[in-house]
Design a binder for this molecule. Sequence first.
Ligand code: ATP
Length: 585
Amino acid sequence: MAEPYKPYVQQWLQNGLKSRRNDFFQFINTQLLVEQAQRNVRYKIEQQNRGMGNCINFGRSNSSKMQQNQVPDLALNLIPRQQSIVSPSSIQCTINNQNNTTIGTPSSSGVSSASSSTTSATVLKPITDNNNNNNNRFQYVALFDYDARTNDDLTIRKSDLLEITYRKNTAWWKAKNENGQEGWIPSNYVAKRDSLESEPWYFKSIRRIDAEKQLMSDVNEHGSFLIRDSETKKMDFSLSIRDNDSVKHYRIRQNEDGRFYIARRTTFITLPELVTHYSKTSDGLCVNLRRPCVHIVKPEPDGLSHNLVDKWEISRRDIKLIRRLGHGQFGDVWEGVWSDNVSVAVKTLKPGSMNPTDFLTEASIMKKLRHANLIQLYAVCTIEEPIYIVTELMKNGSLLDYLQSSRGRQLKMSALIYMATQIARGMAYLEQQNYIHRDLAARNVLVGENNTVKIADFGLARIIKEYAGGMYEAKEGTKFPIKWTAPEAALYNRFTIKSDVWSYGILLTELITFGRTPYPGMTNAEVLRQVDQGYRLPQPPNCPLSLYTIMRECWHAQPENRPSFSTLQYRLENEYTGENPEFSN
Ligand code: ATP
């Protein structure tokens, strides 16, 4: 054992034997004790050199950083007597510093002053026993703002600490804030305080292409960063950093001891420590970590409110129609407001346009389909005519109208591909759920903010009946949009997820041509005949060859030879991100 640490270890062992936590010590191996002693001695030296050490606080309780692995408990118990008068939060602070000191790299002596502009360095306030108890109750932290929609909801603001008092279902929880106010909140707006999810820079399992989109948005800047789960290796993470006009990605691995590293020479017990280190110094990265990426999309709460998750017939009186957005085959579509404060879209069905039983069956199927790239069905009013179908409102209307507008025409290729990727994701979800859409086209995709797109009108979708061998026989006399329809569906009424893949290929041509009608100058009858004889749309001008290759695969004469939507999603997500030799994913 190295000499300087010996007395500390002996001291702790003695204290430990005297303490009521004796049994705890039998689980500690000597190696850990030595390591802890080394950290504390180094910390003491560091404190002497630096005066007072601050620790980086990411705007929330630091307790979260403690529990990402088992070390913190151990550390708390191993803080030497001389330091035992400090509060738990101060101890946390010292631990962070110890680690920074321990893992110092040659370049850490040149710690850049940029750290002050990155994350505000804060000395943690000691907490008294009273508010410590209080603190323990508030085990959750708000990740996003949520404005109360009903009188029994609770308005929360990002970083609010919350106590969860009742979990009604997985989607809505009752929460109490530090002022004692209580009400319902969407559960996907909060995270456990002691968790990685509560870190503002942790974006869970978002894909590389989404990381790039978010980091490149105007609200983010050079040095904005996020950490996400690796797409390929379960235990690894990826660090994505905005580097002026591009995004760089670095793999965060774990060594044999479970320590995190980007460069093997510098390892960290926890991800927050890694972030703290690279906030202070770029240490080989393209830029030091400056600001956690700002979320450009908030998750949608599940349903309109806590009592409309399972129940979905609502009173017509709760809906105010504001302005007509458009009209379709079955009636008008309106922008409306639910409960005086939630913007919604309301499809009003012309009386007699649909058999109410068919409608309710269809609607109950749609209600169960929940995906970020599918329009969410909120509720229905079926008691009186006309029937109202209340759904998520998409600010920019249909994709077809958007592509043809002056704003849409300015979309860059990367934005168009990003939209195509989202549509493939929504369809891959339908595929996985054994649903078919039957009318996939740009007119049935809606556009929200930041080029978010969602598939609408899967009202025609039907669960694929096992006995029909995965095929849905269209009703006699049903009209199809021929130019979007696969030949076997148009000619023999055979609709499968593979006929949706065909339509997706046509939709790609709409995207790339900014909403031009497919097969310009050809009638429906000509298209049907020519396509059956092997004719296919030519490569549109400005369409990358690799994308045209995908379109051609979607139009394979044999449905089974067309790619699946999950393959399409994978290919779009992986083939169309910026070239980046630094990323090994
Ligand atoms: P149909 O499905 O009846 O054959 P359609 O798809 O052309 O016809 P609708 O779905 O009824 O039409 O929608 C008509 C228009 O209303 C759309 O083109 C779009 O501009 C607008 N719209 C529909 N749903 C929404 C929504 N959720 N948010 C915003 N605008 C919408």
